[in-house]
Design a protein around this ligand. Structure first.
Ligand code: MN
Length: 465
């Protein structure tokens, strides 16, 4: 947790931005795995609740009455039965005081607060809920059916929170640097362990253990797969095979829930083949080019398309693509190789604030998403960069057999792609490299003091040390 003043200042700024009404920010509740008392562990608090109220306990709700300038932390104190099992914990009143909230109340008070506000026609601001229990809670409190809650969520509140959480302060950047250290340990553990004969799951399980050991948990389910062409390939019981590449995309959260998110793709046997290097080096070039391009005032969508041009030009040199590069990109031909966006915001959520709606986080009035074109419709971040933004830089090149077959059959972008050559790559897999960058005053820099090895010679040296 940061100092009490951090949370007081954040709520003061939020009140200024939202202007009037009552803001309700729901903390998360325990989420059962297979019985009520056996919850997913560790418990994960909602990130916006953490941002404004700092407390990690389940079953809390933060209320900010802007008109009356009154802040209340809502929650039930635990009784002696719970103390026997879980030990003594601070009261809700104490939890509130620790973050500068002067009032507290039991959960049943929340119904009264909402009913009074509705009776006097005041605006109740809430965020789009993503957990079913919170949807039921909102239905019970305000009477809005879960099907209508996303549309009824407060745009003023969403915009205010996006504005605040997008720009990372010095103390948040320190947390992200700490998360990067955990990410470094996770990735180098994977590189050290990987060898033919082990299962994907064995390595991925050890990687997850590193996140649990140094922080609170993984920042998203670890991707560890020899099928790198599957964007979110879960680690399977498949045996790691000599000659294959394995893609590892993972990150850890600090105790204060700030994330890291990195990807490396390395040879199972510790040595890249020339065919693998031909593709790998293009991803390196694209990954490094972002460092030159990303700076305040530049649209991240423009950086994305600059990277698409690099990739498409190199694919032409390898004989996999053809034709005019700009026309090919306008037609979406590059998505054969890179069907996702260059990156996303990162902070307390790995895809930062995604639950608030990607369109509010990654786009604005000036920069609108293209929802029509395959690949381009996956851009999570398009708008102009500002100092203090943290985004990921994650280009990739993939050979997806089903996509090659589908486009060939439909003759989609056939003037820009050499399908016969592509067929020979159906057994290749996919390569992605990812690091997290902080936008600085006049450019950008990687987060993390130590680079996880990514140049081929460094990866090979690390794996064979
Ligand atoms: Mn990512």
């Amino acid at each position: 947790m940061f100092s009490k003043e951090t949370y007081i200042d954040r709520r003061a700024e939020l009140k200024k931005l939202v202007k009037d009404g009552i803001i309700i920010i729901f903390g998360n509740n325990e989420s059962p795995v297979n019985s009520p008392a056996n919850g997913y562990s560790p418990f994960r608090q909602d990130s916006s609740f953490l941002y404004y109220f700092g407390q990690k306990r389940e079953g809390l709700v933060g209320v900010i009455d802007i008109d009356e300038n009154k802040e209340t932390l809502i929650g039930n104190d635990i009784d002696i039965e719970d103390i026997v099992w879980f030990g003594s914990v601070d009261t809700v009143k104490e939890l509130g005081e620790q973050v500068g909230v002067m009032h507290s109340a039991p959960m049943k008070e929340l119904k009264t607060i909402c009913s009074n506000a509705m009776r006097s026609g005041r605006k109740i601001h809430f965020l789009p809920p993503y957990r079913s229990d919170i949807k039921i809670q909102i239905f019970d409190l305000i009477g809005i059916h879960p099907n209508q809650q996303k549309e009824s969520a407060s745009l003023d509140l969403i915009n205010a929170i996006v504005k605040m959480r997008s720009v990372k302060t010095a103390e948040e950047i320190e947390e992200l640097e700490r998360a990067a250290i955990i990410g470094y340990k996770m990735h180098t553990t994977a590189m050290r362990l990987t060898k033919p004969g082990l299962t994907e799951k064995f390595v991925a399980g050890n990687v997850d253990g590193v996140a649990n050991s140094y922080g609170s948990m993984v920042s998203f389910p670890t991707i560890f797969s020899q099928h790198g062409e599957i964007m979110h390939g879960n680690p399977s019981m498949a045996e790691l095979k000599d000659g294959r590449l394995v893609l590892c995309d993972c990150g850890g959260e600090t105790i204060n829930h700030y994330c890291s998110d990195n990807t490396r793709t390395f040879p199972v046997n510790g040595k890249y083949t020339q065919r693998q290097l031909d593709i790998y080096n293009v991803v390196v070039e694209a990954h490094d080019a972002v460092l030159e391009l990303a700076k305040p005032g530049i649209k991240y969508a423009d950086v994305h398309f600059a990277i698409c041009r690099i990739i498409f030009n190199r694919m032409k040199e390898l004989g996999l693509a053809k034709g005019d590069t700009d026309a090919a990109i306008a037609a979406g031909a590059h998505a054969m190789f890179l069907p996702h966006g260059l990156g996303h915001m990162m902070g307390m959520d790995v895809h930062d604030m995604e639950a608030l709606g990607q369109i509010y986080v990654g786009f604005d009035e000036e920069t609108r998403p293209n929802l029509e074109q395959f690949g381009t419709n996956c851009l999570r971040m398009g708008r102009r960069l500002q100092e203090g933004f943290v985004v990921t830089d994650e280009p990739g090149i993939y050979f997806i057999p089903a996509l090659i077959d589908e486009w060939r059959e439909k003759k989609h972008c056939s003037e820009y792609l050499n399908f016969d050559k592509l067929d020979a790559y159906k057994d290749f897999g996919g390569i992605r490299l990812e690091d997290d960058i902080l936008i600085t005053k006049d450019g950008c820099r990687f987060i993390g003091k130590d680079r996880i090895p990514y140049l081929p010679k460094d990866v090979e040296a690390y794996m064979n040390a």
